[in-house]
Ligand binder design. Structure first.
Ligand code: 5AD
Length: 342
């Protein structure tokens, strides 16, 4: 990547948001034909071996732990398909309880539905990733969280290089692979965020989840300031401009903190996730507080979000929404250059 592009990314983050949003939406709408893909998420266990300073389900958190059984997870996947979703995201804390079970769960979902299956269950060995892939898993989310290795280590106790090693394995195994970051982490500088975007471009990820930091009660960061919603939305917009064809969700964290929920698609996101986890578990899966639509039943939520999407002149879509590579020859680098010069 050129030094000039890196400089332009930094400059772009201080442009007025409307300029960035306009370009980001233009690209999103051209690329995805105004579609917003709906994905269902099942938070199947909050048991976690990690102790990330920002996260409400960290190992050290004093919360009741749960682990759904195989039948229940498969049942919820069927429910998601019945509701009209084309993708199910299976997410949990990082633990070793499901290494074998997930093989059976994925196989059964793939045999009995048309759903795309996305996993979001943390850092694993290449062998485990391979087994899940062979069982039929299509996609994997593993956010880098921050590209500052020192900060990553400080906040998670783990090595960032290990995370990128996992991401490399996932890509090599043929998963559609997603990363992303948290904007406004305590100790994070603007150059770190610029480097996050640089990494997004260099790795050419298929999915990118970008959300603001939300201080969570009973974590070491509970008293820290939250991340800026405006900066988060600018990061999404610049990412959309540079990664035109990547699936970018309006993250739950962003939806939780945004002032006006009608603005969630303003910065160029093209995906939104609906929670189909039963409410009794959802209460225990509090990664951060105040999560939007916490107690809304999945059907009502889906009806509401579809209305919202339509009211923005966009089209809710229950398709699988696989990543399709840029054949419209959008050159984000040039677009960014142009709007900076203006
Ligand atoms: N604020 C914002 N995002 C958070 N996540 C975890 N804790 C927080 C927090 N306090 C995000 C991480 C993780 C995703 C599931 O939730 O990026 O990858």
């Amino acid at each position: 990547m050129s030094v000039k592009l890196i400089k332009n990314i930094k400059k772009s983050l201080s442009l007025p948001k409307d300029i960035l949003f306009r370009e980001a939406k233009k690209i999103r709408d051209k690329y995805f034909d105004r579609k917003i893909y709906l994905r269902a998420i099942i938070e199947f266990s909050n048991i976690c071996v990690n102790n990330c300073a920002y996260c409400g389900i960290r190992r050290g958190a004093n919360i009741k732990r749960y682990a759904m059984d195989e039948k229940e997870i498969v049942r919820l996947a069927h429910y998601a398909e019945d509701l009209g979703y084309g993708t199910v995201v299976l997410q949990s804390g990082q633990n070793n309880l499901y290494d074998e079970k997930l093989c059976r769960i994925i196989k059964e979902i793939k045999e009995t539905t048309k759903l795309a299956v996305t996993l979001s269950v943390g850092e694993k060995s290449e062998e485990v990733y391979k087994k899940w892939r062979e069982a039929g898993a299509d996609r994997y989310l593993l956010k880098q969280e921050t590209s500052n290795a020192e900060l990553f280590k400080k906040l998670t106790g783990r090595e960032l290089s290990r995370r990128f090693e996992c991401l490399r394995h996932l890509i090599n195994l043929g998963y559609e692979t997603g990363s992303g970051n948290i904007v406004g982490l305590p100790g994070q500088r603007i150059d770190d965020i610029v480097n996050d975007i640089v990494t997004f471009v260099n790795w050419d990820f298929d999915m990118l989840g970008i959300g603001p930091f939300i201080p969570c009660l009973d974590t070491p960061l509970e008293k820290q300031n939250p991340g800026s919603v405006e900066l988060t939305m600018k990061v999404i917009a610049v990412t959309r401009i540079l990664c035109a064809d990547t699936n970018i969700p309006a993250t739950t964290a962003l939806r939780t903190k945004i002032g006006d929920i009608n603005d969630i698609f303003e910065c160029g996101a093209n995906v939104v996730m609906g929670n189909v986890t039963p409410v009794e578990y959802r209460r225990l899966y509090r990664i951060y507080p105040g999560k939007v639509c916490f107690f809304l039943d999945p059907e009502t939520w889906l009806g509401n979000i579809m209305e919202l999407i339509k009211s923005c002149g966009l089209k809710p879509s229950g398709e699988r929404g696989d990543r399709k590579r840029n054949n419209k020859k959008i050159c984000g680098e040039k677009i960014l250059e142009k709007i900076i010069e203006k």
